[in-house]
Design a protein around this ligand. Structure first.
Ligand code: LIP
Length: 277
């Protein structure tokens, strides 16, 4: 059957590639770094320029579609997912990496209809890796099919997580106590790419068994959630149960057993939801 969203997905891939070129070019030049929620929550003109590029180009082709974009929300727009076709955009996922010239930087474009994610495109700009996932049709990296790891033992697993950008000591304590418990299971290792989208693509690609984080936003994970699911992985909340895109909490695992095992070690907390009025 013809795919009703094929056109939109092709457009997402094309615009992600253009956006990636913009990001790569910007790394060569001086960049103006600004602050958002705190002194460690960074944003650059490139984040804003890339988001404008994506929104403009999508609007020209699909004038009725809606957007949730990291920088538009930072500028005061509502973060509201309706039934309308909606593009969920993180123009530069891994902004801190981008500012420091650390290689994991991605353009992330998710697409939802009737509040269900239909496809996701994550372009790792510095590595020139185009990750794509289309509901019911698989996940790919540069055209090669992705498959999660078949590991079922947490003690044989690679775990990814992040410190995030909240420096409230109580939150930092929870992050560290969770990491300590996970590390001492023991697991083979713990990593953090500095980009939620790429951590999840690493789960989809099989090099990481499970990624968890609290504090991410819907635009960090929407696209990669489709990629993980289509590579055979599972998504859940940090306390178990289904992932809620607006809750700012995510576990992406190769399988249910590993996901549920990691959930047992996480000291959960609840940041303000993305869709809080
Ligand atoms: C960042 C993530 C990073 C996470 C931060 C933040 P940004 O996104 O991808 O992995 O730890 O909380 O959300 O701000 O670079 O788009």
């Amino acid at each position: 059957m013809a795919d009703p969203w094929q056109d939109a997905m092709d457009h997402a891939v094309a615009v992600a590639r253009r956006a990636g070129t913009m990001v790569r070019d910007a790394v060569q030049n001086d960049m103006k770094v600004m602050l958002k929620s705190s002194s460690v929550d960074l944003v650059t003109q490139t984040d804003q320029k890339v988001e404008n590029l994506i929104i403009q180009s999508v609007t020209e082709k699909f004038p009725t579609h809606r957007f949730i974009g990291e920088e538009s929300v930072a500028a005061g727009e509502a973060c509201l997912l309706t039934d309308s076709p909606t593009w969920i955009i993180d123009p530069v996922d891994g902004t801190t990496n981008f500012v420091h010239g650390y290689a994991f930087v991605a353009v992330s474009i998710g697409f939802a209809v009737n509040k269900q994610l239909e496809f996701g495109v994550v372009y790792s700009c510095m590595e020139d890796k185009m990750y794509t996932g289309r509901k019911g049709r698989g996940a790919f990296c540069n055209g090669e099919a992705l498959q999660v790891s078949d590991q079922k033992e947490i003690t044989q697993s690679m775990v990814a997580t992040e410190f995030g950008s909240n420096r409230d000591p109580e939150v930092v304590d929870k992050i560290f106590s969770s990491m300590r418990k996970v590390l001492c299971l023991p697991v083979h290792g713990m990593r953090g790419a500095g980009s939620a989208a790429l951590n999840m693509c690493h789960v989809a690609a099989g090099s990481v068994e499970v990624y968890y984080e609290t504090g991410i936003h819907c635009w960090d994970v929407a696209a990669a959630a489709v990629i993980v699911a289509e590579a055979g992985g599972v998504l859940m909340d940090v306390e178990g149960g289904p992932m809620d895109l607006m809750s700012r909490r995510v576990v992406a695992a190769n399988c249910q057993v590993i996901g549920e095992r990691i959930v047992k070690e996480i000291d959960a907390f609840s940041p303000e939801r993305d869709d809080a009025a």
